[in-house]
Design a protein around this ligand. Sequence first.
Ligand SMILES: [Zn+2]
Ligand SMILES: [Zn+2]
Length: 221
Amino acid sequence: MEIVPGVHALRVIGAKAHLVVEDEITLIDAGHRGSGRLVQRYLARIGRSPRDITRIVCTHGHPDHIGGVTEIAAASGAVVYIHPSDAARLRIGLRDVIANPVPGQVIAFLTRPLSDPTPLLHGDVLPALGGLHVVHTPGHTPGSVCLYAPSLRLLFSGDVLQFRQGRLTRPHQVFSDDLEEARRSVERLAELDVDTICFAHYPPLRGGARDALRGLAEAWV
Ligand SMILES: [Zn+2]
Ligand SMILES: [Zn+2]
């Protein structure tokens, strides 16, 4: 599904991925392991090849977002980007999990780490959509990022936000590490001029996203 010209949402295993289709293709998130063939099939439908993917950007390190990365990177030769806080946590040891067995640590322990990803930092600007800005938005995970395209007033939110029954809401309580940090991240997002939000697990919010973000930040107690 094309959300706006050049920005496609596609169903992969366990989540949605987004493709920014330009001369070079940027893939945002990659579903669970096994999602590579779905990405390949979608690209074939729009007349493109996996080799056109030059970068894979992970919004965070949960397995429904990075499980398919390794196979797609192998087929494309793309550079893989993730925030260093999530990259580091994927290398957590059993001893750390036993010492602090919170869901985020257990999930990280059970998720296969990415091999040699490129760090994605707050303020980085990727060469897609005329400049795709990285906004560090910890809370759901320590290394969660959103990607903001000012040219389209478009935000890719990963799992930092939910959109249930037509309402923008905070991230999932059980699978998020720190809801107080998540609140500060939503405040940071509410400062952006956003019209459309692309979520990893919900249909897009089209129009009025900035007001919805401000409303969520203000109502959060
Ligand atoms: Zn997710
Ligand atoms: Zn997640």
